[in-house]
Design a protein around this ligand. Structure first.
Ligand SMILES: [Zn+2]
Length: 269
């Protein structure tokens, strides 16, 4: 019986026709696996399965996911992340419990000369009766417009120009921001992607270490196939240890006109 494997053209280009054909013929196909996106078991004999190739600077790792979770694709990662992925895929990594709201160390914003760092917190927000997975982004300092020598914080104006919407009411679902997406892979948040040149996506934010999310957050993201990203200027949200406090901080920021948001799909969906 042919395996129900999807090998995308870009994965095929990376691994070569020979390996791709061997996979499709069932040679190295996984049979049962843990889905690299939702982390629940899958079986390439029973359900459509996507091949996902994580490519680092020196090595690459082939992983598998439910086709309903993410399509077959190549995911560029740092070598460090790849080593973590290998441990995760081979099960050597004892999964740490992920708190509901956890601030993450994050990469510097590439466009700012002052190298402010974006903190990202994952939390669930209740909107129109549904628990929605949210990313709350707050820099640790003012974000200057690229090329500007001023000290103004242009974080929100820049995001508004890039398609985010002002939030007046936390009970309303934010509108979409076409071209933006969130990359959730191996059960963790890897990046927030924005439209790049030539139809490709570029990382707007990329985790130094992929950000662990709670099971509830991951389940909500997989159900909605999208996440809500909220962003507020430095000093307006802070690190909130509980989701009710996070919600309150978001509502306070919205009341001050200091909150923007957008709904964005999971990358590749
Ligand atoms: Zn899955």
């Amino acid at each position: 019986m042919p395996r129900m494997l999807d090998v995308s053209d870009d994965v095929r280009a990376e691994i070569g026709d020979e390996e791709a054909d061997r996979l499709l013929a069932g040679g190295d196909a996984p049979g049962s696996y843990d889905c690299t996106s939702c982390r629940t078991p899958g079986d390439s004999d029973q359900e459509r399965t996507s091949t996902v190739l994580f490519v680092g600077e020196e090595t690459a790792v082939l992983a598998f996911a439910h086709a309903t979770c993410i399509p077959s694709q190549v995911v560029p990662v740092s070598e460090e992340q790849l080593q973590g992925a290998v441990r995760s895929i081979t099960g050597e990594d004892a999964a740490a419990p992920a708190p509901g709201a956890q601030p993450a160390p994050a990469a510097p914003v590439p466009t700012t000369p002052r190298q402010a760092t974006l903190g990202i917190t994952c939390g669930l927000v209740l909107i129109e009766g549904d628990l929605r997975p949210a990313l709350v982004v707050e820099p640790d300092g003012p974000i200057a417009r690229p090329g500007s020598a001023g000290t103004d914080d242009d974080f929100l104006p820049l995001l508004l120009e890039q398609g985010f919407h002002p939030v007046a009411d936390m009970n309303q679902l934010p509108g979409p921001n076409p071209g933006w997406s969130a990359l959730l892979a191996m059960g963790k948040l890897h990046a927030v992607l924005q439209p790049g040149s030539g139809g490709n996506q570029a990382a707007w934010w990329q985790a130094h270490q992929p950000l662990a999310v709670s099971d509830g957050w991951r389940a909500a993201a997989n159900k909605a196939q999208s996440v809500l990203m909220y962003a507020a200027p430095a000093g307006s949200i802070g690190h909130q240890p509980r989701e009710d406090l996070l919600r309150q901080a978001l509502e306070n920021a919205a009341a001050k006109g200091a909150l923007v948001a957008a709904e964005m799909p999971l990358a590749g969906t």
